[in-house]
Design a protein. Sequence first.
Length: 222
Amino acid sequence: MPPTGEIEVRRSSRRRRTVTARRDGDKTVVMVPAGLSAAEEREWIDTVLKRLADRERRRHPSDDALFDRARELSRRYLDGRAAPASVRWVTNQRSRWGSCTPDDGTIRLSTQLRGMPGWVVDYVLVHELAHLLVAGHGPSFWKLVDRYPRTERARGYLEGVAATAGLPLVDGDPTHDPPIRAGEMPHDPPTRAGEAPHDRPAAADVTPTRSGDLVLDGDSAT
């Protein structure tokens, strides 16, 4: 969705190759090379604003998008056997990444996950989906979770986020809340101690090329 607030364009003679957009409160700041023609400037500004909006949508999916993603992950990794009744973001889970209530099929993800890489959020979804099939954290549970190919990487990522931010995280078992084991459960890591990763503003950089292709700096495969 295009920005609705003020757009401030900053031109720099030292900037040669990149066009950058970032949010600054209600304002969007776009930085462009001073040497672009008016037509080129408009084209690249439109492009980078669209990329910024797309990135923000990926980092802040709606409840409906989260539910659709959970069903796709169930189909892909759990043979479609995990069928949640609802999947939604919640703001009151400050000590765990996600939770699941198998009796009514509800899954809840902490808004602390917003802004983290998609493959990390996918891991938490797979973890909670597996709880719809196996309530505890025994071998049969982890055998299901390990079908997701980035399980170990995501667990290490979230362990690092929790350690850096000093979060007292526990796992998502709905029946009890034991302290989390190192790497057990579960954006970009916080840049300062105590900084929540989802609070950092999104930014988008594109590199103009003669062919018209774009390189969006900082994106990683999901």
